[in-house]
Design a protein around this ligand. Structure first.
Ligand code: GCU
Length: 681
C-alpha cells in the first residue's frame, strides 16, 4: 500500500551510521501547510527507516545538527547552510537545493517556495532509500516541465474508464467519497514523484460529473482540492461542453452566444469562490460523441477561447484535448484516415488560441497502441501551448494483467526528432516549452490507480506511475535509472532482486509487442474492452482502425504517392523516411505501408516470418518473465511475491492465445508456412 514510500520489513532499516545525530531533529520555522507536509513526510520516514522520532524545533544554535527545512530567507541558519549560491542554483519556483555538512551532521533543504521544499524532502528520501549516505547529500534540482499532470478517468458511480485496479478512490454512489485518507495517500505518492496537477474526473463527463461545477457539489470538490493543496497539487475538473444546456438552463452551448459566455463566467466565479487556487478545465469536445463547438458551426479555437476568457481573471487554464476524429467512419472508405485527424483539425488553428489555452496531444496519432509513430502535431504546431498526453493505465498494453513497463516507450517518443527547427528538435524540447518559448507546457497522463490495496492491480505497474512523474520532472533520466530507483525504494537493495526486476521491466514492452499486433499496425484486440486478441475485431467497424490484411499482404498505405497522404504531416527527413517502404523503420512498417507478406524487412526476415518468429519468441519470453520472478521467491514477502506470480502465470497463458490466434490468422490468409515448421493451427 505504501508503494515506493514504504519500507519492506528487513530492507534498509537503521543502516546509516550516526542516524540519530543526522536525523534526530527537524528545524523548521515557517507556518505553511506544504512545509508541514514536508516535515510530516520526513518524520514518518525517519521513524520507518531508522526508528527515529525526530524532535521538531523552530530555532537552533549555530552548531546544531539535524535537518533544516525552509524557503530561502526564512532563517539565517538555513541560508548559511545552503551557501551563497543557493538562489541562483534554484532557477524556478519548484526547484530545490540539498546541502550536507559533514562536521555538524546537518542537512539543509531549501527552495524558493514551499512546493520546492516538499520536492526537496521527497528527493532527500529517495536518495536515502536508494543508498546515499548523508555526507554525500548534495543536490540541486529544477523540474524541466512546468505542468506535470495526472488525469483520472474516474466516474462518480465509482467505476473507472479503462481502470484495471479496482474502483475509484474518489467517488461512490454518485457522490464524492468521505474517505479522504486514501486520497491523501495518493497525493503523497504523486507529489513524491513531482506531480503538480490533477484532473479528478473522467474526460467523458456524464450526468453527475457535469454537476461537479454546481453549488451542490463544489463544497465536496473543495475538500479534495484541500487535500491536494497540502501536497502542492492543483485540482482541475473535466467539464462537459454542453453544461450550459444541461445544468445552466440555456438552450444552446454556442461559444459565441453572449448568454453562454456569461454563464461560463459566472460558473467560473462560483468555482473560484469555492476553490481559490483551482487549476482549470480539461475538455474533451467533439470527440467520440461528446458535445463541442462543431454543433454550432464554430471551431476549437472559438470553443476553447470562450472558456479561457472565463478562467482568465483567476489565472485558470483550459486544457483542450486534440483527440478529435471521425468515430463513425465507413470501413469501405479508404480515403478517410483517422491518423490524419488531429493534425488536420488543429494545424489550421495554430496561433489562434489564447495564452491560457493548452492543447493536450496524445503521444501518437491513434490511441496509445503498443507501437505508433509520434503525433505530427509535435513539431507542426509552433504558436500554441502544448502538453503531451501519455496513458499510464494499460488499456492497450495488457491491462495490468500483463507486465509492460512503459517508460522506455515514453522515452522514445520524447527523444523523437521532429525536425521542427531542423535536426535536433526532439519532442521533449517542444513539450518543455523551450523550442517555441511556450508560456505553458508539460506532461499529462491517464492514471493507472484504483482502490486495490497495491493501487495498480499489477504490483509492478506501480513503476509506470512512478516513472511518469519522474520523467515529467526530468526527461533526461533513463528508463533504467528510473526502474532502479523504483525497485530499490519498493523492494530494497538486495542485488539479485534489483537486477532481476530491472531486467523484467526493461524487457517487458518489447515482449508485449512481440506477441500482439505486429510491426506498428495496432489494434487486433477485442472490441469495447480491448483485452485479448481479435485480429478482425475492428476491421469492419466505424472506428477507423484497420489493418487491411488479405491473401497477399497487410498494412495501411499512408503514403503521399498512393495512400492517405499522412506522411506529409511530418517534417524534413521524417516525411521521406516514412514515405519510403525501403527506409521506413521495421517496427512501423505496417503503420505506413501495405506490403506483401514476402516483403523483406531490414532485419532480413520476410514480414510473414517476422510475425511467426516474434509470436513464438514472445511466448518464450513471457515464460522467461515468470521464471525470473519465481527465482525471487523467498527474497520478497510471500504475499507480494504471490500476487505478481499469479499475474505472470496468466500472462504466459494469455500470450499463447495471442500467438496462436495471430499466427493462425496469417497462416490461413497467406498460405505461407513457417520456415521452422512450428505448430500453427
Ligand atoms: C480511448 C479510450 C476511451 C477514452 C478515449 C479518450 O478511445 O478507449 O475510453 O475515452 O480514448 O482518450 O478520450
Amino acid at each position: 500500500y505504501d508503494a515506493w514510500l514504504g519500507t519492506l520489513e528487513g530492507t534498509g532499516k537503521g543502516t546509516i551510521e550516526g542516524a540519530g545525530a543526522w536525523f534526530g531533529t527537524v528545524i523548521v520555522n515557517e507556518q505553511h501547510e506544504v512545509i508541514e507536509s514536508a516535515r510530516a513526510e520526513w518524520c514518518k520516514a525517519a521513524e520507518e527507516l531508522y526508528g527515529i522520532q525526530p524532535s521538531v524545533s523552530q530555532t537552533a544554535g549555530e552548531g546544531a545538527s539535524g535537518l533544516l527545512l525552509g524557503t530561502f530567507g526564512s532563517s539565517a541558519l538555513l541560508d548559511e547552510a545552503l551557501g551563497p549560491d543557493a538562489s541562483s542554483a534554484v532557477t524556478g519556483p519548484e526547484g530545490f537545493l540539498i546541502r550536507a555538512d559533514r562536521e555538524r551532521r546537518r542537512i539543509a533543504v531549501g527552495a524558493k517556495t514551499p512546493a520546492g521544499v516538499l520536492y526537496g524532502v521527497f528527493h532527500l528520501l529517495r536518495l536515502l532509500r536508494t543508498g546515499a549516505v548523508p555526507e554525500e547529500l548534495n543536490a540541486v534540482e529544477n523540474p524541466v516541465n512546468g505542468l506535470r499532470m495526472i488525469n483520472q478517468w474516474d466516474n462518480m458511480d465509482g467505476s473507472i474508464e479503462r481502470g484495471y485496479a479496482g474502483k475509484s478512490i474518489f467517488y461512490e454512489n454518485n457522490r464524492i467519497t468521505e474517505n479522504l485518507d486514501r486520497i491523501r495517500d495518493y497525493a503523497r505518492l504523486l507529489a513524491s514523484t513531482g506531480i503538480n496537477a490533477i484532473a479528478i474526473n473522467n474526460v467523458n463527463v456524464h450526468r453527475y460529473e457535469t454537476m461537479l461545477l454546481t453549488k451542490e457539489y463544489l463544497p465536496d470538490v473543495a475538500k479534495i482540492a484541500a487535500v491536494f493543496r497540502a501536497y502542492a497539487i492543483k485540482l482541475f475538473l473535466s467539464i462537459n461542453y454542453a453544461s450550459p444546456l444541461e445544468i445552466g438552463g440555456l438552450s444552446t452551448a454556442d461559444p459565441l452566444d453572449p448568454n453562454v459566455r456569461a454563464w461560463w463566467k459566472s460558473t467560473a466565479a462560483d468555482v473560484y469562490a469555492a476553490i481559490p487556487d483551482f487549476g482549470g478545465f480539461l475538455v474533451k469536445a467533439d470527440s467520440e460523441n461528446r458535445p463541442g463547438p462543431f454543433t454550432y458551426g464554430r471551431d476549437h479555437a472559438d470553443g476553447s477561447n470562450m472558456l479561457a476568457e472565463a478562467l482568465q481573471p483567476y489565472g485558470g487554464l483550459v486544457i483542450w484535448r486534440c483527440f478529435v476524429y471521425n468515430c463513425k467512419q465507413d470501413w469501405r472508405d479508404r480515403q478517410t484516415d483517422r491518423a490524419r485527424a488531429a493534425y488536420d483539425h488543429f494545424m489550421p488553428l495554430d496561433g489562434r488560441f489564447l495564452d491560457n489555452v493548452i492543447l493536450q496531444i496524445k503521444n501518437g496519432p491513434m490511441d496509445f497502441q503498443v507501437r505508433e509513430p509520434v503525433s505530427p502535431l509535435f513539431g507542426g504546431l509552433e504558436a500554441t501551448n502544448q502538453v503531451i498526453e501519455f496513458q499510464i493505465t494499460q488499456e492497450y498494453t495488457g491491462q495490468q494483467r500483463h507486465l509492460c513497463y512503459l517508460v522506455p516507450q515514453w522515452k522514445e517518443v520524447l527523444d523523437f526528432d521532429t525536425y521542427a527547427k531542423g535536426e535536433g528538435s526532439p519532442v521533449k524540447r517542444i513539450v518543455d516549452g523551450s523550442m517555441f518559448g511556450s508560456r505553458h507546457s508539460g506532461f499529462a497522463a491517464v492514471s493507472n490507480i484504483g482502490d486495490d490495496t497495491n493501487w495498480t492491480g499489477h504490483l509492478l505497474a506501480q513503476a509506470n506511475l512512478y516513472g511518469f512523474g519522474r520523467l515529467a520532472w526530468n526527461p533526461e533520466l533513463s528508463a533504467e535509472e528510473i526502474s532502479r530507483e523504483w525497485i530499490r525504494q519498493t523492494f530494497g537493495a538486495e542485488e539479485q532482486v534489483v537486477r532481476t526486476v530491472m531486467g523484467m521491466l526493461m524487457d517487458s514492452w518489447s515482449i508485449y509487442e512481440s506477441y500482439t499486433a505486429p510491426l506498428g499496425v495496432g489494434w487486433m484486440v477485442n472490441p469495447d474492452h480491448h483485452y485479448g486478441p481479435n485480429v478482425d475485431g475492428y476491421e469492419y467497424s466505424k472506428w477507423g482502425t484497420y489493418h487491411f490484411a488479405d491473401c497477399h499482404g497487410i498494412g495501411v498505405d499512408r503514403t503521399v504517392a498512393t495512400g492517405t497522404g499522412y506522411t506529409a504531416q511530418y517534417k524534413g527527413r521524417n516525411a521521406e523516411v516514412y514515405e519510403s517502404p525501403a527506409d521506413c523503420p521495421d517496427e512501423l512498417l505496417l503503420f505506413f505501408h501495405h506490403v506483401p507478406y514476402t516483403h523483406r524487412l531490414h532485419s532480413g526476415k520476410t514480414v510473414i516470418q517476422h510475425i511467426y518468429n516474434t509470436h513464438f519468441e514472445g511466448v518464450e519470453r513471457a515464460d522467461g518473465l515468470k521464471e525470473a520472478w519465481a527465482g525471487l521467491a523467498g527474497s520478497l514477502p510471500d504475499e507480494l511475491h504471490g500476487q505478481v506470480a499469479e499475474r505472470l502465470a496468466h500472462q504466459a497463458v494469455h500470450a499463447r492465445e495471442w500467438r496462436d490466434i495471430i499466427n493462425t490468422y496469417f497462416y490461413r490468409k497467406s498460405g505461407i508456412a513457417d520456415e521452422q515448421g512450428r505448430t500453427i493451427y
